[in-house]
Design a protein around this ligand. Structure first.
Ligand code: NAI
Length: 342
Protein backbone atom coordinates (compact mmCIF):
# COMPACT_ATOMS: atom_id res chain seq x y z
CA UNK A 1 0.00 0.00 0.00
CA UNK A 2 1.02 3.59 -0.47
CA UNK A 3 2.62 5.06 2.61
CA UNK A 4 2.63 8.60 3.74
CA UNK A 5 -0.89 9.81 3.16
CA UNK A 6 -1.91 12.67 5.35
CA UNK A 7 -4.64 10.62 6.95
CA UNK A 8 -4.37 10.71 10.74
CA UNK A 9 -3.04 7.40 11.98
CA UNK A 10 -5.11 5.10 14.10
CA UNK A 11 -4.97 6.04 17.75
CA UNK A 12 -2.93 3.88 20.03
CA UNK A 13 -3.50 3.36 23.74
CA UNK A 14 -0.19 5.08 24.58
CA UNK A 15 -1.49 8.20 22.98
CA UNK A 16 -3.86 8.83 25.88
CA UNK A 17 -2.54 11.13 28.60
CA UNK A 18 -3.02 10.50 32.35
CA UNK A 19 -6.18 12.56 32.13
CA UNK A 20 -7.65 10.49 29.34
CA UNK A 21 -7.11 13.32 26.86
CA UNK A 22 -6.07 12.38 23.40
CA UNK A 23 -2.41 13.26 22.91
CA UNK A 24 -1.56 13.21 19.26
CA UNK A 25 0.55 16.18 18.39
CA UNK A 26 3.94 15.68 19.98
CA UNK A 27 6.70 16.11 17.43
CA UNK A 28 8.80 19.14 16.68
CA UNK A 29 9.73 19.85 13.05
CA UNK A 30 12.07 22.55 11.69
CA UNK A 31 12.23 23.79 8.10
CA UNK A 32 15.46 25.55 7.06
CA UNK A 33 14.76 27.68 3.99
CA UNK A 34 11.12 28.04 5.01
CA UNK A 35 10.39 31.29 3.15
CA UNK A 36 11.26 29.80 -0.25
CA UNK A 37 9.24 28.34 -3.07
CA UNK A 38 9.30 24.88 -1.49
CA UNK A 39 9.52 26.05 2.11
CA UNK A 40 6.20 27.91 2.20
CA UNK A 41 3.84 25.24 0.85
CA UNK A 42 5.80 22.60 2.77
CA UNK A 43 5.26 24.56 5.99
CA UNK A 44 1.53 24.71 5.21
CA UNK A 45 1.30 20.96 4.63
CA UNK A 46 3.23 20.18 7.82
CA UNK A 47 1.03 22.63 9.72
CA UNK A 48 -1.86 20.31 8.77
CA UNK A 49 -0.27 17.29 10.44
CA UNK A 50 -1.96 16.08 13.62
CA UNK A 51 1.38 14.63 14.76
CA UNK A 52 3.22 17.96 14.92
CA UNK A 53 3.21 20.11 18.07
CA UNK A 54 5.84 22.67 17.08
CA UNK A 55 6.83 23.96 13.66
CA UNK A 56 9.98 26.08 13.62
CA UNK A 57 10.55 28.08 10.45
CA UNK A 58 14.04 29.36 9.62
CA UNK A 59 15.32 31.45 6.73
CA UNK A 60 17.78 34.25 6.14
CA UNK A 61 14.87 36.60 5.28
CA UNK A 62 11.09 36.94 4.90
CA UNK A 63 10.10 34.21 7.34
CA UNK A 64 8.27 36.38 9.91
CA UNK A 65 5.28 36.92 7.66
CA UNK A 66 5.10 33.27 6.63
CA UNK A 67 4.98 32.22 10.28
CA UNK A 68 2.44 34.89 11.29
CA UNK A 69 0.21 33.84 8.41
CA UNK A 70 0.42 30.10 9.11
CA UNK A 71 0.01 30.54 12.85
CA UNK A 72 -3.65 31.52 12.31
CA UNK A 73 -4.55 28.04 11.03
CA UNK A 74 -6.43 26.21 13.79
CA UNK A 75 -4.33 23.06 13.71
CA UNK A 76 -2.33 21.82 16.72
CA UNK A 77 1.22 22.98 16.02
CA UNK A 78 2.68 26.20 17.35
CA UNK A 79 4.54 28.06 14.60
CA UNK A 80 7.67 30.08 15.44
CA UNK A 81 9.93 32.08 13.15
CA UNK A 82 13.71 32.36 13.24
CA UNK A 83 15.69 34.73 11.01
CA UNK A 84 19.41 34.70 10.35
CA UNK A 85 22.38 32.76 11.69
CA UNK A 86 22.08 34.10 15.23
CA UNK A 87 18.63 32.49 15.63
CA UNK A 88 19.46 29.19 13.95
CA UNK A 89 20.54 27.39 17.13
CA UNK A 90 17.30 28.22 18.92
CA UNK A 91 15.30 27.06 15.91
CA UNK A 92 16.89 23.62 16.15
CA UNK A 93 16.80 22.90 19.89
CA UNK A 94 14.79 19.78 20.69
CA UNK A 95 13.72 19.20 17.10
CA UNK A 96 12.81 15.66 15.95
CA UNK A 97 12.87 16.20 12.17
CA UNK A 98 14.84 18.87 10.28
CA UNK A 99 13.92 19.49 6.65
CA UNK A 100 16.39 21.44 4.50
CA UNK A 101 15.11 23.04 1.27
CA UNK A 102 17.47 26.06 1.59
CA UNK A 103 19.42 27.08 -1.47
CA UNK A 104 19.03 28.22 -5.05
CA UNK A 105 16.87 26.34 -7.57
CA UNK A 106 17.68 25.51 -11.19
CA UNK A 107 17.00 27.84 -14.08
CA UNK A 108 16.57 26.69 -17.70
CA UNK A 109 19.73 25.14 -19.16
CA UNK A 110 21.17 24.35 -15.74
CA UNK A 111 21.87 20.90 -14.37
CA UNK A 112 21.44 20.17 -10.69
CA UNK A 113 25.22 20.00 -10.45
CA UNK A 114 25.44 23.64 -11.57
CA UNK A 115 23.96 24.50 -8.16
CA UNK A 116 26.83 22.82 -6.36
CA UNK A 117 28.97 25.85 -5.58
CA UNK A 118 26.23 27.82 -3.83
CA UNK A 119 24.22 25.05 -2.23
CA UNK A 120 27.18 23.03 -0.95
CA UNK A 121 28.14 25.86 1.39
CA UNK A 122 24.57 26.46 2.52
CA UNK A 123 24.01 22.79 3.36
CA UNK A 124 27.37 22.54 5.12
CA UNK A 125 26.62 25.54 7.35
CA UNK A 126 23.10 24.40 8.18
CA UNK A 127 24.11 20.82 8.97
CA UNK A 128 26.88 22.08 11.27
CA UNK A 129 24.17 23.83 13.27
CA UNK A 130 22.04 20.67 13.26
CA UNK A 131 25.03 18.71 14.62
CA UNK A 132 25.48 21.26 17.41
CA UNK A 133 21.84 21.63 18.40
CA UNK A 134 19.81 18.50 17.56
CA UNK A 135 22.26 15.71 16.67
CA UNK A 136 19.60 13.02 17.17
CA UNK A 137 17.12 14.48 14.69
CA UNK A 138 16.14 12.90 11.38
CA UNK A 139 17.68 15.13 8.69
CA UNK A 140 15.86 15.45 5.34
CA UNK A 141 17.99 17.04 2.62
CA UNK A 142 16.09 18.57 -0.30
CA UNK A 143 18.70 21.11 -1.53
CA UNK A 144 20.25 20.07 -4.84
CA UNK A 145 22.39 18.45 -6.07
CA UNK A 146 21.09 15.84 -3.59
CA UNK A 147 23.59 13.29 -4.96
CA UNK A 148 26.35 15.50 -3.47
CA UNK A 149 24.64 17.43 -0.66
CA UNK A 150 23.84 14.24 1.29
CA UNK A 151 27.51 13.10 1.27
CA UNK A 152 28.41 16.68 2.30
CA UNK A 153 26.01 16.46 5.24
CA UNK A 154 27.44 13.05 6.21
CA UNK A 155 31.02 14.41 6.23
CA UNK A 156 30.01 17.41 8.33
CA UNK A 157 28.26 15.16 10.86
CA UNK A 158 31.29 12.85 10.94
CA UNK A 159 33.61 15.77 11.63
CA UNK A 160 31.31 16.76 14.48
CA UNK A 161 31.32 13.17 15.78
CA UNK A 162 27.53 12.78 15.57
CA UNK A 163 26.94 11.01 12.24
CA UNK A 164 24.16 8.44 12.41
CA UNK A 165 23.75 7.03 8.87
CA UNK A 166 20.28 5.80 9.79
CA UNK A 167 19.02 9.35 10.28
CA UNK A 168 20.36 11.19 7.24
CA UNK A 169 18.05 11.16 4.21
CA UNK A 170 18.16 12.65 0.73
CA UNK A 171 14.57 13.36 -0.23
CA UNK A 172 13.80 11.51 -3.49
CA UNK A 173 10.09 11.15 -2.79
CA UNK A 174 9.25 13.45 -5.70
CA UNK A 175 10.75 10.93 -8.12
CA UNK A 176 8.41 8.27 -6.73
CA UNK A 177 5.43 10.64 -6.81
CA UNK A 178 6.16 11.47 -10.45
CA UNK A 179 6.69 7.83 -11.40
CA UNK A 180 3.39 6.86 -9.76
CA UNK A 181 1.52 9.67 -11.55
CA UNK A 182 2.98 9.01 -15.00
CA UNK A 183 2.52 5.23 -14.81
CA UNK A 184 -1.07 5.58 -13.62
CA UNK A 185 -1.82 7.96 -16.51
CA UNK A 186 -0.15 5.78 -19.11
CA UNK A 187 -1.82 2.57 -17.94
CA UNK A 188 -5.18 3.97 -16.87
CA UNK A 189 -4.70 2.78 -13.32
CA UNK A 190 -6.25 4.19 -10.19
CA UNK A 191 -3.57 6.58 -8.90
CA UNK A 192 -3.97 5.62 -5.28
CA UNK A 193 -3.00 2.00 -6.04
CA UNK A 194 0.19 2.66 -8.00
CA UNK A 195 3.61 2.37 -6.39
CA UNK A 196 6.84 2.44 -8.39
CA UNK A 197 10.15 2.16 -6.51
CA UNK A 198 12.79 4.60 -7.76
CA UNK A 199 16.43 3.88 -6.99
CA UNK A 200 19.91 5.27 -7.66
CA UNK A 201 20.17 9.01 -7.13
CA UNK A 202 18.34 12.26 -7.82
CA UNK A 203 19.63 13.70 -11.12
CA UNK A 204 19.20 12.72 -14.76
CA UNK A 205 20.18 9.14 -15.52
CA UNK A 206 20.95 8.43 -11.85
CA UNK A 207 17.16 8.42 -11.31
CA UNK A 208 16.14 4.84 -12.05
CA UNK A 209 12.46 3.90 -11.79
CA UNK A 210 12.03 0.15 -11.40
CA UNK A 211 9.01 -0.21 -13.63
CA UNK A 212 9.30 -4.00 -13.49
CA UNK A 213 8.49 -3.74 -9.78
CA UNK A 214 5.41 -1.55 -10.22
CA UNK A 215 2.54 -2.39 -7.95
CA UNK A 216 -0.02 -3.48 -8.98
CA UNK A 217 1.84 -5.72 -11.39
CA UNK A 218 1.55 -4.28 -14.90
CA UNK A 219 3.29 -5.01 -18.18
CA UNK A 220 4.92 -2.41 -20.41
CA UNK A 221 6.15 -2.54 -23.98
CA UNK A 222 9.83 -1.70 -24.55
CA UNK A 223 8.76 1.66 -25.99
CA UNK A 224 6.64 2.44 -22.93
CA UNK A 225 9.54 1.59 -20.63
CA UNK A 226 11.90 3.86 -22.52
CA UNK A 227 9.38 6.70 -22.70
CA UNK A 228 8.33 6.50 -19.05
CA UNK A 229 11.88 6.14 -17.75
CA UNK A 230 13.09 9.17 -19.69
CA UNK A 231 10.05 11.22 -18.66
CA UNK A 232 10.57 10.41 -14.97
CA UNK A 233 14.28 11.26 -15.24
CA UNK A 234 13.56 14.60 -16.95
CA UNK A 235 10.39 15.55 -15.06
CA UNK A 236 12.23 18.19 -13.05
CA UNK A 237 13.42 19.81 -16.27
CA UNK A 238 9.82 19.74 -17.61
CA UNK A 239 8.87 22.02 -14.70
CA UNK A 240 12.01 24.19 -14.94
CA UNK A 241 11.25 24.85 -18.62
CA UNK A 242 7.55 25.52 -18.02
CA UNK A 243 8.43 28.01 -15.28
CA UNK A 244 10.86 29.63 -17.75
CA UNK A 245 13.23 31.26 -15.31
CA UNK A 246 10.99 31.36 -12.23
CA UNK A 247 12.62 28.31 -10.60
CA UNK A 248 11.99 24.58 -10.34
CA UNK A 249 9.34 22.32 -8.85
CA UNK A 250 8.00 23.76 -5.60
CA UNK A 251 4.39 22.62 -5.10
CA UNK A 252 4.82 18.97 -6.09
CA UNK A 253 8.10 19.00 -4.17
CA UNK A 254 6.39 20.34 -1.07
CA UNK A 255 3.75 17.63 -1.41
CA UNK A 256 6.43 14.95 -1.72
CA UNK A 257 8.52 16.31 1.16
CA UNK A 258 5.44 16.52 3.39
CA UNK A 259 4.74 12.86 2.62
CA UNK A 260 8.30 11.96 3.66
CA UNK A 261 8.00 14.00 6.88
CA UNK A 262 4.65 12.39 7.70
CA UNK A 263 6.14 8.93 7.11
CA UNK A 264 9.08 9.78 9.38
CA UNK A 265 6.75 10.99 12.12
CA UNK A 266 4.61 7.87 11.86
CA UNK A 267 7.77 5.77 12.17
CA UNK A 268 8.92 7.81 15.19
CA UNK A 269 5.47 7.27 16.65
CA UNK A 270 5.91 3.50 16.55
CA UNK A 271 4.14 2.56 13.31
CA UNK A 272 5.95 -0.62 12.25
CA UNK A 273 4.86 -0.54 8.61
CA UNK A 274 6.43 2.53 7.00
CA UNK A 275 8.38 2.23 3.75
CA UNK A 276 9.73 5.02 1.54
CA UNK A 277 12.41 5.41 -1.09
CA UNK A 278 15.29 7.65 0.00
CA UNK A 279 18.91 8.43 -0.89
CA UNK A 280 21.04 7.43 2.09
CA UNK A 281 24.16 5.58 3.13
CA UNK A 282 23.66 2.13 1.70
CA UNK A 283 25.00 -1.41 1.40
CA UNK A 284 22.82 -2.19 -1.59
CA UNK A 285 25.57 -1.63 -4.20
CA UNK A 286 29.28 -0.82 -4.19
CA UNK A 287 28.41 2.90 -3.89
CA UNK A 288 28.45 4.40 -0.38
CA UNK A 289 25.19 6.32 -0.98
CA UNK A 290 22.28 4.98 -2.97
CA UNK A 291 18.54 5.59 -3.17
CA UNK A 292 16.33 2.60 -2.57
CA UNK A 293 13.33 1.51 -0.60
CA UNK A 294 13.90 1.60 3.15
CA UNK A 295 11.88 0.61 6.18
CA UNK A 296 11.59 3.49 8.63
CA UNK A 297 11.51 2.95 12.38
CA UNK A 298 11.97 4.94 15.57
CA UNK A 299 15.73 4.97 15.11
CA UNK A 300 15.61 5.94 11.44
CA UNK A 301 16.43 3.46 8.70
CA UNK A 302 15.55 0.09 10.14
CA UNK A 303 16.24 -1.94 7.01
CA UNK A 304 17.14 -1.74 3.36
CA UNK A 305 15.34 -4.17 1.06
CA UNK A 306 18.07 -6.07 -0.86
CA UNK A 307 15.47 -8.15 -2.72
CA UNK A 308 14.47 -4.94 -4.56
CA UNK A 309 17.67 -5.27 -6.62
CA UNK A 310 16.97 -8.90 -7.48
CA UNK A 311 15.04 -9.89 -10.56
CA UNK A 312 15.56 -6.58 -12.38
CA UNK A 313 14.77 -6.45 -16.09
CA UNK A 314 17.65 -6.34 -18.55
CA UNK A 315 16.86 -2.68 -19.23
CA UNK A 316 17.07 -1.87 -15.51
CA UNK A 317 20.29 -3.87 -15.01
CA UNK A 318 21.94 -1.90 -17.79
CA UNK A 319 20.62 1.43 -16.54
CA UNK A 320 21.87 0.58 -13.05
CA UNK A 321 25.39 -0.06 -14.30
CA UNK A 322 25.24 3.06 -16.48
CA UNK A 323 24.29 5.39 -13.61
CA UNK A 324 27.03 4.27 -11.23
CA UNK A 325 29.97 6.32 -12.61
CA UNK A 326 28.00 9.59 -12.50
CA UNK A 327 26.61 8.90 -9.04
CA UNK A 328 30.06 7.90 -7.78
CA UNK A 329 31.57 11.15 -9.09
CA UNK A 330 28.83 13.22 -7.42
CA UNK A 331 29.40 11.45 -4.11
CA UNK A 332 33.15 11.97 -4.31
CA UNK A 333 32.69 15.63 -5.20
CA UNK A 334 30.58 16.14 -2.07
CA UNK A 335 33.02 14.34 0.21
CA UNK A 336 36.01 16.21 -1.24
CA UNK A 337 34.24 19.54 -0.76
CA UNK A 338 34.16 19.05 3.01
CA UNK A 339 37.50 17.28 3.38
CA UNK A 340 39.50 19.88 1.48
CA UNK A 341 38.35 22.72 3.76
CA UNK A 342 40.77 23.82 6.45
P1 NAI B 1 13.83 29.25 -3.47
O1 NAI B 1 14.93 30.12 -3.96
O2 NAI B 1 12.43 29.61 -3.79
O3 NAI B 1 13.93 29.15 -1.88
C1 NAI B 1 15.12 28.88 -1.22
C2 NAI B 1 15.07 29.53 0.15
O4 NAI B 1 16.30 29.22 0.80
C3 NAI B 1 14.93 31.06 0.10
O5 NAI B 1 13.86 31.46 0.93
C4 NAI B 1 16.26 31.54 0.63
O6 NAI B 1 16.17 32.74 1.39
C5 NAI B 1 16.67 30.37 1.52
N1 NAI B 1 18.08 30.35 1.83
C6 NAI B 1 19.14 30.66 1.05
N2 NAI B 1 20.28 30.55 1.74
C7 NAI B 1 19.95 30.15 2.99
C8 NAI B 1 20.67 29.85 4.16
N3 NAI B 1 22.00 29.98 4.20
N4 NAI B 1 19.98 29.47 5.24
C9 NAI B 1 18.65 29.35 5.21
N5 NAI B 1 17.90 29.60 4.13
C10 NAI B 1 18.55 30.00 3.03
O7 NAI B 1 14.17 27.77 -3.96
P2 NAI B 1 13.20 26.48 -3.96
O8 NAI B 1 12.47 26.42 -5.24
O9 NAI B 1 12.44 26.45 -2.69
O10 NAI B 1 14.29 25.29 -4.01
C11 NAI B 1 15.13 25.03 -2.91
C12 NAI B 1 16.08 23.87 -3.20
O11 NAI B 1 15.38 22.64 -3.39
C13 NAI B 1 16.91 24.06 -4.47
O12 NAI B 1 18.24 23.68 -4.20
C14 NAI B 1 16.28 23.08 -5.44
O13 NAI B 1 17.19 22.67 -6.42
C15 NAI B 1 15.90 21.97 -4.51
N6 NAI B 1 14.90 21.05 -5.07
C16 NAI B 1 14.99 19.73 -4.74
C17 NAI B 1 14.10 18.80 -5.22
C18 NAI B 1 14.21 17.36 -4.82
O14 NAI B 1 13.49 16.53 -5.39
N7 NAI B 1 15.05 16.99 -3.86
C19 NAI B 1 13.00 19.20 -6.12
C20 NAI B 1 12.93 20.61 -6.34
C21 NAI B 1 13.86 21.50 -5.86
Amino acid sequence: ALRGSFAPKAEKPNQMSHYGLRVQASYKVAILGAAGGIGQPLALLIKMSPLVSALNLYDIANVKGVAADLSHCNTPSQVLDFTGALELGNCLKGVDVVVIPAGVPRMPDMTRDDLFNINANIVKTLVEAVADNCPDAFIHIISNPVNSTVPIAAEVLKQKGVYDPKKLFGVTTLDVVRANTFVAQKKNLKLIDVDVPVIGGHAGITILPLLSKTKPSVSFTDEEIEELTVRIQNAGTEVVEAKAGAGSATLSMAYAAARFVESSLRALDGDGDVYECSYAQSDMTDLPFFASRIKLGIKGIEAQIPSDLQGLSEYEEKALEALKPELKASIEKGIAFVQKQP
